[in-house]
Design a binder for this molecule. Structure first.
Ligand code: SAH
Ligand code: SF4
Ligand code: F3S
Length: 438
Protein backbone atom coordinates (compact mmCIF):
# COMPACT_ATOMS: atom_id res chain seq x y z
CA UNK A 1 0.00 0.00 0.00
CA UNK A 2 1.38 3.38 -0.92
CA UNK A 3 1.77 6.16 1.62
CA UNK A 4 1.20 8.77 -1.03
CA UNK A 5 -2.11 10.61 -0.68
CA UNK A 6 -4.68 9.34 -3.10
CA UNK A 7 -6.30 12.02 -5.23
CA UNK A 8 -9.82 11.50 -6.43
CA UNK A 9 -12.02 13.26 -8.93
CA UNK A 10 -15.76 12.87 -8.95
CA UNK A 11 -18.05 13.58 -11.91
CA UNK A 12 -21.80 13.61 -11.34
CA UNK A 13 -24.51 13.10 -13.92
CA UNK A 14 -28.25 13.07 -13.19
CA UNK A 15 -30.58 14.38 -10.54
CA UNK A 16 -30.25 15.97 -7.09
CA UNK A 17 -30.26 12.49 -5.61
CA UNK A 18 -27.00 11.77 -7.39
CA UNK A 19 -25.57 15.16 -6.42
CA UNK A 20 -26.35 14.34 -2.84
CA UNK A 21 -24.83 10.86 -3.12
CA UNK A 22 -21.67 12.38 -4.59
CA UNK A 23 -21.38 14.69 -1.59
CA UNK A 24 -21.58 11.62 0.62
CA UNK A 25 -19.00 9.72 -1.44
CA UNK A 26 -16.61 12.69 -1.26
CA UNK A 27 -17.03 12.81 2.50
CA UNK A 28 -16.33 9.10 2.73
CA UNK A 29 -13.16 9.33 0.64
CA UNK A 30 -11.90 12.35 2.58
CA UNK A 31 -12.07 10.11 5.63
CA UNK A 32 -9.51 7.76 4.12
CA UNK A 33 -7.11 10.68 3.80
CA UNK A 34 -7.73 11.03 0.06
CA UNK A 35 -7.78 14.53 -1.41
CA UNK A 36 -10.25 15.88 -3.95
CA UNK A 37 -8.78 16.86 -7.32
CA UNK A 38 -10.24 19.64 -9.44
CA UNK A 39 -9.51 17.91 -12.76
CA UNK A 40 -9.56 14.26 -13.85
CA UNK A 41 -5.97 14.67 -15.09
CA UNK A 42 -4.80 15.22 -11.51
CA UNK A 43 -6.51 12.18 -10.00
CA UNK A 44 -5.55 8.55 -9.50
CA UNK A 45 -9.12 7.54 -8.72
CA UNK A 46 -12.07 8.77 -10.76
CA UNK A 47 -15.63 8.20 -9.63
CA UNK A 48 -18.38 8.64 -12.19
CA UNK A 49 -21.84 8.90 -10.65
CA UNK A 50 -24.29 8.03 -13.38
CA UNK A 51 -27.84 8.53 -14.63
CA UNK A 52 -29.88 6.13 -16.73
CA UNK A 53 -33.15 8.02 -17.03
CA UNK A 54 -32.92 8.64 -20.79
CA UNK A 55 -30.85 6.98 -23.48
CA UNK A 56 -28.92 10.21 -23.88
CA UNK A 57 -27.86 10.11 -20.22
CA UNK A 58 -26.19 6.77 -20.85
CA UNK A 59 -24.63 7.97 -24.10
CA UNK A 60 -23.05 10.88 -22.26
CA UNK A 61 -21.51 8.44 -19.81
CA UNK A 62 -20.11 6.24 -22.56
CA UNK A 63 -18.45 9.13 -24.32
CA UNK A 64 -17.04 10.33 -21.00
CA UNK A 65 -15.65 6.83 -20.36
CA UNK A 66 -14.00 7.03 -23.78
CA UNK A 67 -12.14 10.15 -22.65
CA UNK A 68 -11.16 8.51 -19.38
CA UNK A 69 -9.85 5.47 -21.28
CA UNK A 70 -7.43 7.82 -23.07
CA UNK A 71 -6.24 9.21 -19.73
CA UNK A 72 -5.81 5.73 -18.38
CA UNK A 73 -3.40 4.82 -21.16
CA UNK A 74 -0.97 7.39 -19.81
CA UNK A 75 -0.80 6.37 -16.17
CA UNK A 76 -2.12 4.31 -13.27
CA UNK A 77 -5.70 5.24 -12.72
CA UNK A 78 -8.67 3.48 -11.14
CA UNK A 79 -12.14 4.22 -12.44
CA UNK A 80 -15.30 3.55 -10.45
CA UNK A 81 -18.76 3.80 -11.98
CA UNK A 82 -21.48 4.27 -9.36
CA UNK A 83 -25.17 5.22 -9.39
CA UNK A 84 -27.98 4.29 -11.75
CA UNK A 85 -26.11 3.01 -14.82
CA UNK A 86 -23.88 0.96 -12.52
CA UNK A 87 -26.98 -0.74 -11.14
CA UNK A 88 -28.55 -1.21 -14.57
CA UNK A 89 -25.54 -2.43 -16.54
CA UNK A 90 -23.38 -4.06 -13.85
CA UNK A 91 -20.67 -6.31 -15.36
CA UNK A 92 -21.39 -4.99 -18.87
CA UNK A 93 -19.61 -1.77 -17.91
CA UNK A 94 -16.29 -3.54 -17.48
CA UNK A 95 -16.28 -4.07 -21.23
CA UNK A 96 -16.90 -0.40 -21.99
CA UNK A 97 -13.71 0.97 -23.53
CA UNK A 98 -11.81 -1.18 -21.01
CA UNK A 99 -11.71 1.79 -18.69
CA UNK A 100 -13.80 0.70 -15.73
CA UNK A 101 -12.40 -1.03 -12.62
CA UNK A 102 -15.21 -0.87 -10.07
CA UNK A 103 -18.98 -0.91 -10.59
CA UNK A 104 -21.08 -0.15 -7.53
CA UNK A 105 -24.86 0.21 -7.41
CA UNK A 106 -26.61 2.80 -5.18
CA UNK A 107 -26.77 0.37 -2.25
CA UNK A 108 -23.13 -0.68 -2.60
CA UNK A 109 -21.28 2.62 -2.73
CA UNK A 110 -19.87 2.17 0.77
CA UNK A 111 -17.67 -0.64 -0.60
CA UNK A 112 -15.59 2.04 -2.27
CA UNK A 113 -14.07 2.68 1.13
CA UNK A 114 -12.49 -0.77 1.46
CA UNK A 115 -11.52 -0.86 -2.22
CA UNK A 116 -9.59 2.35 -1.72
CA UNK A 117 -8.08 1.34 1.63
CA UNK A 118 -6.90 -2.00 0.27
CA UNK A 119 -5.68 -0.37 -2.91
CA UNK A 120 -7.61 -3.10 -4.75
CA UNK A 121 -6.19 -3.98 -8.14
CA UNK A 122 -8.88 -6.51 -9.13
CA UNK A 123 -12.02 -5.54 -10.99
CA UNK A 124 -15.04 -5.43 -8.71
CA UNK A 125 -18.78 -5.34 -9.37
CA UNK A 126 -21.45 -5.04 -6.69
CA UNK A 127 -25.11 -4.36 -7.40
CA UNK A 128 -27.04 -6.09 -4.63
CA UNK A 129 -29.95 -4.50 -2.82
CA UNK A 130 -30.21 -4.04 0.87
CA UNK A 131 -33.41 -3.44 2.79
CA UNK A 132 -31.71 -1.41 5.43
CA UNK A 133 -31.14 2.30 5.38
CA UNK A 134 -27.43 3.13 5.02
CA UNK A 135 -26.57 5.79 7.54
CA UNK A 136 -23.93 8.39 6.91
CA UNK A 137 -22.85 10.44 9.84
CA UNK A 138 -23.85 14.05 9.00
CA UNK A 139 -20.37 15.29 9.79
CA UNK A 140 -18.89 13.14 7.01
CA UNK A 141 -20.77 14.66 4.08
CA UNK A 142 -18.67 17.01 1.97
CA UNK A 143 -21.28 19.46 0.72
CA UNK A 144 -20.88 21.67 -2.33
CA UNK A 145 -22.79 24.58 -0.79
CA UNK A 146 -22.29 26.12 2.66
CA UNK A 147 -25.78 27.63 2.49
CA UNK A 148 -28.30 25.14 1.13
CA UNK A 149 -28.15 21.40 1.85
CA UNK A 150 -29.74 18.31 0.38
CA UNK A 151 -31.13 15.90 2.94
CA UNK A 152 -32.22 12.51 1.65
CA UNK A 153 -35.39 11.28 3.33
CA UNK A 154 -36.17 8.24 1.22
CA UNK A 155 -34.63 6.07 -1.48
CA UNK A 156 -36.10 4.16 -4.38
CA UNK A 157 -39.55 4.17 -5.88
CA UNK A 158 -42.50 1.78 -5.99
CA UNK A 159 -44.52 3.56 -8.64
CA UNK A 160 -43.31 1.94 -11.84
CA UNK A 161 -44.52 4.68 -14.18
CA UNK A 162 -44.51 2.96 -17.56
CA UNK A 163 -41.63 5.01 -19.04
CA UNK A 164 -39.37 5.13 -16.01
CA UNK A 165 -36.26 3.18 -15.18
CA UNK A 166 -35.76 4.60 -11.69
CA UNK A 167 -37.52 1.75 -9.81
CA UNK A 168 -35.03 -0.63 -11.47
CA UNK A 169 -31.95 1.47 -10.79
CA UNK A 170 -32.86 2.70 -7.32
CA UNK A 171 -34.85 -0.26 -6.08
CA UNK A 172 -37.89 -0.38 -3.83
CA UNK A 173 -39.02 2.49 -1.70
CA UNK A 174 -37.32 2.73 1.67
CA UNK A 175 -37.59 5.47 4.23
CA UNK A 176 -34.95 7.02 6.39
CA UNK A 177 -35.66 7.10 10.12
CA UNK A 178 -37.11 10.47 11.17
CA UNK A 179 -34.65 10.59 14.07
CA UNK A 180 -31.69 10.42 11.73
CA UNK A 181 -33.14 13.04 9.35
CA UNK A 182 -33.56 15.42 12.28
CA UNK A 183 -30.05 14.72 13.52
CA UNK A 184 -28.71 15.76 10.12
CA UNK A 185 -30.89 18.88 9.94
CA UNK A 186 -29.81 19.97 13.44
CA UNK A 187 -26.19 19.44 12.48
CA UNK A 188 -26.76 21.62 9.40
CA UNK A 189 -28.39 24.35 11.47
CA UNK A 190 -25.38 24.35 13.82
CA UNK A 191 -23.11 24.76 10.81
CA UNK A 192 -25.06 27.81 9.67
CA UNK A 193 -27.11 26.34 6.82
CA UNK A 194 -30.30 28.31 6.23
CA UNK A 195 -31.98 26.04 3.69
CA UNK A 196 -32.62 22.31 3.48
CA UNK A 197 -34.04 20.46 0.50
CA UNK A 198 -35.64 17.17 1.46
CA UNK A 199 -34.99 14.64 -1.29
CA UNK A 200 -36.69 11.49 -2.51
CA UNK A 201 -38.28 10.14 -5.68
CA UNK A 202 -41.70 10.37 -4.13
CA UNK A 203 -41.43 12.24 -0.83
CA UNK A 204 -45.18 12.44 -0.19
CA UNK A 205 -45.30 8.74 0.56
CA UNK A 206 -42.75 9.16 3.39
CA UNK A 207 -43.42 7.37 6.68
CA UNK A 208 -41.07 7.11 9.61
CA UNK A 209 -40.20 3.39 9.75
CA UNK A 210 -40.36 3.31 13.56
CA UNK A 211 -43.54 5.28 14.26
CA UNK A 212 -45.36 5.45 10.92
CA UNK A 213 -45.53 9.25 11.19
CA UNK A 214 -46.24 10.73 7.74
CA UNK A 215 -44.56 13.35 5.58
CA UNK A 216 -46.47 16.28 7.08
CA UNK A 217 -45.07 15.36 10.51
CA UNK A 218 -41.60 15.27 9.04
CA UNK A 219 -42.16 18.79 7.68
CA UNK A 220 -43.34 19.97 11.10
CA UNK A 221 -40.32 18.47 12.87
CA UNK A 222 -37.86 19.93 10.39
CA UNK A 223 -39.58 23.33 10.62
CA UNK A 224 -39.09 23.22 14.39
CA UNK A 225 -35.30 23.13 14.04
CA UNK A 226 -33.98 26.50 15.06
CA UNK A 227 -31.72 28.20 12.52
CA UNK A 228 -33.21 26.58 9.42
CA UNK A 229 -35.18 29.26 7.58
CA UNK A 230 -36.28 27.68 4.33
CA UNK A 231 -37.43 24.13 3.66
CA UNK A 232 -38.09 22.69 0.20
CA UNK A 233 -38.90 19.16 -0.82
CA UNK A 234 -38.92 17.16 -4.02
CA UNK A 235 -40.31 15.24 -5.78
CA UNK A 236 -44.03 15.17 -5.05
CA UNK A 237 -46.33 12.82 -6.91
CA UNK A 238 -49.86 14.02 -7.76
CA UNK A 239 -51.17 10.56 -6.87
CA UNK A 240 -49.95 10.86 -3.27
CA UNK A 241 -50.51 14.57 -2.82
CA UNK A 242 -53.04 14.85 -0.01
CA UNK A 243 -54.70 18.12 1.09
CA UNK A 244 -52.86 17.88 4.43
CA UNK A 245 -49.61 18.47 2.56
CA UNK A 246 -50.95 21.68 1.02
CA UNK A 247 -52.16 22.75 4.48
CA UNK A 248 -48.74 22.04 5.98
CA UNK A 249 -47.03 24.13 3.28
CA UNK A 250 -49.52 26.95 3.88
CA UNK A 251 -49.32 26.68 7.67
CA UNK A 252 -45.59 26.34 8.23
CA UNK A 253 -43.80 29.64 7.72
CA UNK A 254 -40.47 28.04 6.91
CA UNK A 255 -41.76 25.71 4.19
CA UNK A 256 -41.30 27.59 0.92
CA UNK A 257 -44.43 28.31 -1.05
CA UNK A 258 -43.08 26.42 -3.97
CA UNK A 259 -43.83 22.97 -5.30
CA UNK A 260 -42.49 20.69 -8.00
CA UNK A 261 -45.38 18.52 -9.15
CA UNK A 262 -44.65 16.51 -12.29
CA UNK A 263 -47.59 16.42 -14.69
CA UNK A 264 -45.90 14.38 -17.50
CA UNK A 265 -48.88 14.76 -19.83
CA UNK A 266 -52.16 16.69 -20.03
CA UNK A 267 -53.95 13.88 -21.83
CA UNK A 268 -55.88 11.37 -19.76
CA UNK A 269 -55.33 8.65 -22.34
CA UNK A 270 -51.57 9.18 -22.19
CA UNK A 271 -51.54 9.49 -18.38
CA UNK A 272 -53.30 6.16 -18.21
CA UNK A 273 -50.81 4.47 -20.51
CA UNK A 274 -48.04 6.04 -18.43
CA UNK A 275 -49.62 4.43 -15.33
CA UNK A 276 -49.48 7.71 -13.47
CA UNK A 277 -52.58 7.07 -11.39
CA UNK A 278 -54.33 10.47 -11.79
CA UNK A 279 -56.27 12.37 -14.44
CA UNK A 280 -55.71 15.86 -15.80
CA UNK A 281 -58.79 17.00 -13.84
CA UNK A 282 -57.41 15.60 -10.58
CA UNK A 283 -54.11 17.31 -11.26
CA UNK A 284 -55.82 20.64 -11.92
CA UNK A 285 -57.88 20.22 -8.74
CA UNK A 286 -54.68 19.91 -6.71
CA UNK A 287 -53.38 23.09 -8.36
CA UNK A 288 -56.55 25.06 -7.63
CA UNK A 289 -56.57 23.76 -4.04
CA UNK A 290 -52.99 24.94 -3.61
CA UNK A 291 -53.70 28.33 -5.16
CA UNK A 292 -56.80 28.97 -3.11
CA UNK A 293 -54.71 28.43 0.03
CA UNK A 294 -51.63 30.23 -1.33
CA UNK A 295 -52.31 32.48 -4.33
CA UNK A 296 -48.61 33.30 -4.65
CA UNK A 297 -47.34 29.69 -4.70
CA UNK A 298 -44.74 28.99 -7.38
CA UNK A 299 -45.25 25.75 -9.29
CA UNK A 300 -42.94 23.74 -11.51
CA UNK A 301 -43.42 20.53 -13.43
CA UNK A 302 -41.99 17.83 -15.72
CA UNK A 303 -43.44 17.08 -19.15
CA UNK A 304 -42.69 14.22 -21.52
CA UNK A 305 -43.53 14.66 -25.20
CA UNK A 306 -43.91 11.85 -27.70
CA UNK A 307 -44.85 9.04 -25.33
CA UNK A 308 -45.97 5.99 -27.41
CA UNK A 309 -49.26 6.76 -29.13
CA UNK A 310 -49.30 10.48 -28.21
CA UNK A 311 -51.47 12.11 -30.87
CA UNK A 312 -51.51 15.78 -31.83
CA UNK A 313 -54.70 16.36 -29.76
CA UNK A 314 -53.06 14.56 -26.78
CA UNK A 315 -50.06 16.86 -27.11
CA UNK A 316 -52.33 19.92 -27.40
CA UNK A 317 -53.81 18.98 -24.04
CA UNK A 318 -50.37 19.19 -22.44
CA UNK A 319 -49.91 22.60 -24.07
CA UNK A 320 -53.30 23.69 -22.73
CA UNK A 321 -52.41 22.73 -19.15
CA UNK A 322 -49.18 24.74 -19.41
CA UNK A 323 -51.20 27.76 -20.63
CA UNK A 324 -53.72 27.33 -17.86
CA UNK A 325 -51.40 26.70 -14.91
CA UNK A 326 -48.56 29.04 -15.95
CA UNK A 327 -45.77 27.16 -14.17
CA UNK A 328 -42.80 29.21 -13.05
CA UNK A 329 -40.51 26.65 -14.67
CA UNK A 330 -40.73 23.28 -16.41
CA UNK A 331 -38.40 20.43 -17.28
CA UNK A 332 -39.42 18.94 -20.60
CA UNK A 333 -38.15 15.80 -22.29
CA UNK A 334 -38.60 13.77 -25.44
CA UNK A 335 -39.77 10.29 -24.57
CA UNK A 336 -36.87 7.85 -24.60
CA UNK A 337 -37.56 4.10 -24.40
CA UNK A 338 -35.73 2.46 -21.51
CA UNK A 339 -34.95 -1.20 -20.93
CA UNK A 340 -37.07 -3.17 -18.42
CA UNK A 341 -39.88 -0.58 -18.40
CA UNK A 342 -43.47 -1.37 -19.37
CA UNK A 343 -43.44 1.27 -22.12
CA UNK A 344 -40.42 -0.30 -23.78
CA UNK A 345 -42.78 -3.02 -24.95
CA UNK A 346 -44.93 -0.43 -26.74
CA UNK A 347 -43.93 0.79 -30.18
CA UNK A 348 -41.99 4.08 -29.94
CA UNK A 349 -44.50 5.43 -32.45
CA UNK A 350 -43.91 9.17 -32.46
CA UNK A 351 -41.17 10.06 -34.99
CA UNK A 352 -38.10 11.85 -33.69
CA UNK A 353 -38.86 15.02 -35.70
CA UNK A 354 -42.36 15.16 -34.25
CA UNK A 355 -41.00 14.76 -30.72
CA UNK A 356 -38.50 17.50 -31.45
CA UNK A 357 -41.15 19.87 -32.82
CA UNK A 358 -43.45 19.25 -29.83
CA UNK A 359 -40.58 19.81 -27.42
CA UNK A 360 -39.63 23.07 -29.14
CA UNK A 361 -43.24 24.21 -29.08
CA UNK A 362 -43.73 23.75 -25.35
CA UNK A 363 -40.34 25.23 -24.57
CA UNK A 364 -41.20 28.27 -26.66
CA UNK A 365 -44.57 28.65 -24.94
CA UNK A 366 -42.99 28.26 -21.51
CA UNK A 367 -40.36 30.87 -22.31
CA UNK A 368 -43.12 33.34 -23.28
CA UNK A 369 -45.01 32.60 -20.04
CA UNK A 370 -41.88 33.11 -17.94
CA UNK A 371 -41.01 36.37 -19.68
CA UNK A 372 -44.53 37.69 -19.07
CA UNK A 373 -44.60 36.59 -15.45
CA UNK A 374 -41.10 37.88 -14.76
CA UNK A 375 -41.95 41.28 -16.25
CA UNK A 376 -44.59 41.72 -13.54
CA UNK A 377 -41.94 41.33 -10.84
CA UNK A 378 -39.96 44.42 -11.87
CA UNK A 379 -40.19 47.04 -9.12
CA UNK A 380 -40.95 44.46 -6.45
CA UNK A 381 -38.68 43.65 -3.51
CA UNK A 382 -38.27 40.04 -2.48
CA UNK A 383 -36.31 37.88 -0.04
CA UNK A 384 -33.42 36.04 -1.68
CA UNK A 385 -31.15 33.42 -0.17
CA UNK A 386 -27.70 34.35 -1.45
CA UNK A 387 -25.78 31.26 -2.57
CA UNK A 388 -22.59 33.02 -3.61
CA UNK A 389 -21.09 34.81 -6.59
CA UNK A 390 -22.42 34.11 -10.07
CA UNK A 391 -20.29 31.60 -11.95
CA UNK A 392 -20.48 33.41 -15.26
CA UNK A 393 -20.82 36.90 -13.81
CA UNK A 394 -18.64 37.10 -10.67
CA UNK A 395 -19.48 40.81 -10.28
CA UNK A 396 -23.02 39.71 -9.41
CA UNK A 397 -24.28 37.59 -6.55
CA UNK A 398 -26.76 34.83 -7.17
CA UNK A 399 -29.47 33.20 -5.15
CA UNK A 400 -33.04 31.96 -5.19
CA UNK A 401 -36.25 33.53 -3.99
CA UNK A 402 -38.92 31.65 -2.07
CA UNK A 403 -40.46 30.54 -5.37
CA UNK A 404 -37.11 28.95 -6.30
CA UNK A 405 -36.53 31.46 -9.13
CA UNK A 406 -32.92 32.42 -9.81
CA UNK A 407 -32.17 36.01 -8.81
CA UNK A 408 -28.85 37.65 -9.76
CA UNK A 409 -28.10 40.89 -7.99
CA UNK A 410 -25.64 43.63 -7.19
CA UNK A 411 -24.57 44.16 -3.62
CA UNK A 412 -21.94 46.41 -2.03
CA UNK A 413 -21.01 43.69 0.49
CA UNK A 414 -20.81 39.88 0.19
CA UNK A 415 -24.12 38.52 1.52
CA UNK A 416 -23.38 34.83 0.81
CA UNK A 417 -25.33 32.60 3.17
CA UNK A 418 -27.80 35.31 4.17
CA UNK A 419 -31.42 36.04 3.39
CA UNK A 420 -31.46 39.51 1.85
CA UNK A 421 -33.99 41.87 0.28
CA UNK A 422 -33.53 42.34 -3.44
CA UNK A 423 -35.27 44.98 -5.52
CA UNK A 424 -35.99 43.59 -9.01
CA UNK A 425 -34.90 45.85 -11.87
CA UNK A 426 -34.76 43.61 -14.93
CA UNK A 427 -35.45 40.06 -16.07
CA UNK A 428 -34.75 37.37 -18.60
CA UNK A 429 -36.76 34.21 -19.31
CA UNK A 430 -34.86 32.11 -16.80
CA UNK A 431 -33.77 34.59 -14.13
CA UNK A 432 -34.41 37.94 -12.47
CA UNK A 433 -31.95 40.77 -11.96
CA UNK A 434 -31.87 43.23 -9.07
CA UNK A 435 -30.13 45.26 -6.37
CA UNK A 436 -29.78 44.33 -2.74
CA UNK A 437 -31.62 46.80 -0.54
CA UNK A 438 -31.20 45.26 2.93
N1 SAH B 1 -39.33 10.75 -9.12
C1 SAH B 1 -39.36 11.88 -9.89
C2 SAH B 1 -38.26 12.00 -10.93
C3 SAH B 1 -38.16 10.99 -11.99
S1 SAH B 1 -37.00 11.26 -13.27
C4 SAH B 1 -40.75 12.00 -10.44
O1 SAH B 1 -41.56 11.15 -10.26
O2 SAH B 1 -41.03 13.03 -11.00
C5 SAH B 1 -37.29 12.94 -13.72
C6 SAH B 1 -38.13 13.14 -14.92
O3 SAH B 1 -37.57 12.53 -16.06
C7 SAH B 1 -39.52 12.54 -14.85
O4 SAH B 1 -40.40 13.32 -14.12
C8 SAH B 1 -39.90 12.46 -16.30
O5 SAH B 1 -40.50 13.65 -16.76
C9 SAH B 1 -38.57 12.29 -17.01
N2 SAH B 1 -38.41 10.93 -17.54
C10 SAH B 1 -38.34 9.79 -16.83
N3 SAH B 1 -38.22 8.72 -17.67
C11 SAH B 1 -38.20 9.22 -18.93
C12 SAH B 1 -38.10 8.64 -20.23
N4 SAH B 1 -38.02 7.33 -20.38
N5 SAH B 1 -38.10 9.45 -21.31
C13 SAH B 1 -38.20 10.79 -21.15
N6 SAH B 1 -38.29 11.39 -19.96
C14 SAH B 1 -38.30 10.63 -18.85
FE1 SF4 C 1 -40.09 7.26 -12.06
FE2 SF4 C 1 -42.67 7.48 -11.63
FE3 SF4 C 1 -41.06 6.72 -9.66
FE4 SF4 C 1 -40.97 9.21 -10.54
S1 SF4 C 1 -42.74 8.25 -9.54
S2 SF4 C 1 -39.23 7.89 -10.11
S3 SF4 C 1 -41.39 9.00 -12.70
S4 SF4 C 1 -41.48 5.57 -11.50
FE1 F3S D 1 -31.07 9.59 -13.24
FE2 F3S D 1 -30.98 7.83 -11.32
FE3 F3S D 1 -31.68 10.32 -10.79
S1 F3S D 1 -31.71 7.47 -13.37
S2 F3S D 1 -32.68 10.96 -12.68
S3 F3S D 1 -29.73 9.65 -11.50
S4 F3S D 1 -32.49 8.49 -9.83
Amino acid sequence: MSEKKRRYFIRTFGCQMNESDSERISGMLDQTGAVKAERPEDADLIIVNTCAVREKSEEKLFSYLGRLAQLKKKRTLRIAVVGCVAQLRGWELLGKKGAVDFVLGPDNTAELLSLVKEDAAEKHVSTSWSEEWHETSPGLIQRDSPVSAYVTVMEGCDNFCAYCIVPYTRGREKFRPLRSILEEVRDLARKGYLEVQLLGQNVNSYRDPASGRPFTELLREVAAVEGIEWIRFLTSHPKNFRPEIAEAVAGLRKVCRQLHLPLQSGSNAVLKRMKRGYTKEEYLDIISGLRSLMPEISLSTDIIVGFPGETEPDFEESVEVLRQVRFSSIFSFRYSPRPLTAASRLEDSVPKEVKQRRLAEIQHLQKTIQLEDHSRLVGKTMKVLCLGRGQKTPQLFTGRNEGNQVVNFRSPDDPTGRLVDVHITAFGPYSLLGEKTA
